[in-house]
Design a protein around this ligand. Structure first.
Ligand code: CTP
Length: 397
């Protein structure tokens, strides 16, 4: 998909630099040309030799290397790419970009380039949260720099939080998205996916059979058509869609908060199988078995995410797509659901066990809008996703 695209990859000095080796491999596999540039600190983590060997191209390191300048001047180098990618983008490199400094090859290229720039930040969580870095992030975003990650998780320094560089597959996906010139280029779209887990106690929970396959396929398809996708997912088995910004949640309440933080978006697709109820007073410690005593669970209602976004008074996405998982009277129930929730379209499917849809690889859907019901033949979930993404692109115009 990246056939003959040229990527200038600037490798900064952070432990995550090792992930760029895999990134180069993934990009090459997709047919891209990768020109690697290492900062001085970057060379402490990966060597120009290994990077050049994987890229199949010379790795550039110095600003004042006369041989390099004779082969290709730094201005030309900065402009020969379709996309400049910085991975890992350290706090220092980001600060340099904001300040317009040009004291080494990497920062000079970033100042001289006239091609789009995508950065994959990686740093300690405190450094990420520091007001100076947050100011820099805001400035870079307003300068038109795109971001992929960072993710939340365990860090090499032993702390936990946002700051981990995105995985190579995620960065590769973001690169594909950044270079994809599709009908959804410039559009920001939210996709919810997967089941939610509602805790009973620390070891038990209530869930459903959703695999997250359909939501993931939709996120991928939207990304392929050029959209920037934010993917809010419950705990699903399905590998996360490369290229999407992934937000992981467990419960419906957490999904609601995550969705509110993602808005505004141009369109929102609610493919998640959200639990309607949560256990009212989930126990903080494991409920012990007591002879003859059966615990009675009482429930309270979860927020309806689709309905609340559909009915927003201000800032409602231009297009809101809900799903309807039904076992009886699919069409009637789904049409009523569209009206009740206030969304624009409902993608209805029959999830009776005999259809094998929930947890399976195929889907038979009916897309219901104000124009009526469109019955699609049974097809793979990837195909359903692609058709839906194309229809969304048409609707957004
Ligand atoms: N949904 C949601 N928040 C909820 C429940 C559902 O956002 N708390 C969304 C789902 O993501 C889906 C749509 O609403 O897009 C319909 O979900 P479904 O489970 O089919 O419907 P329910 O509202 O749960 O209604 P019912 O259980 O009566 O079928």
């Amino acid at each position: 998909m990246l056939e003959d695209k040229r990527i200038l990859l600037i490798i900064g000095g952070g432990i995550a630099a090792y992930k760029t080796l895999e990134l180069i491999r993934l990009l090459r596999k997709q047919g891209a040309w990768v020109t690697p540039v290492l900062t001085r600190a970057g060379q402490e983590f990966v060597t120009p030799l290994s990077v050049a060997a994987l890229a199949g191209e010379k790795a550039f390191t110095d600003l004042f290397d006369l041989t390099d300048e004779a082969e290709m001047g730094h201005i030309q180098l900065s402009r020969s790419a379709d996309l400049v990618v910085v991975a890992p983008a350290t706090a220092d490199l980001m600060a340099k970009m904001v300040g317009g400094q040009a004291d080494d090859l990497a920062s000079t290229l970033l100042l001289a380039t006239d091609t789009p720039v995508l950065i994959a930040p990686a740093m300690n969580v405190r450094m990420w949260q520091h007001p100076a870095t947050q100011r820099n992030i805001a400035q870079l975003k307003s300068d038109g720099v795109s971001f992929i990650g960072p993710n939340e998780g365990d860090m090499a320094c032993g702390e936990y939080g946002p700051g981990r560089m995105g995985e190579p597959a995620e960065i590769a996906g973001a690169i594909t998205g950044a270079l994809a010139e599709g009908p959804l280029t410039g559009r920001r779209i939210l996709v919810t996916s997967g089941p939610t887990h509602e805790p009973i106690d620390p070891v038990r929970y209530i869930a459903n059979r959703s695999s997250g396959a359909q939501g993931t396929a939709i996120a991928r398809a939207l990304n392929m058509l050029g959209a920037e996708v934010v993917f809010v997912t419950g705990p699903a088995e399905e590998p996360r869609p490369e290229g999407a910004h992934v937000v992981e949640v467990q419960t419906a309440a957490e999904m609601m908060i995550a969705v509110e933080q993602v808005l505004p978006v141009d369109a929102a697709v609610f493919a998640a199988a959200v639990a309607d109820w949560r256990v009212e007073s989930a126990s903080d410690s494991k409920i012990k078995k007591q002879a003859g005593k059966i615990p009675a669970l009482s429930f309270s209602e979860n927020p309806d995410i689709l309905a609340s976004v559909s009915q927003m008074a201000e800032g409602r996405p231009d297009l809101v797509v809900g799903f309807a998982a039904e076992t009886d009277d699919v069409l009637a129930n789904a049409s009523a659901k569209r009206m009740r929730k206030g969304c624009d379209w409902i993608v209805a499917n029959d999830v009776s066990p005999e259809t094998g849809i929930m947890g399976g690889r195929e889907n038979t859907v009916v897309v219901i809008s104000e124009d009526g019901a469109d019955h699609w033949p049974r097809m793979g979930k990837d195909e359903v996703a692609l058709h839906l993404a194309e229809r969304i692109a048409l609707a957004l115009g």
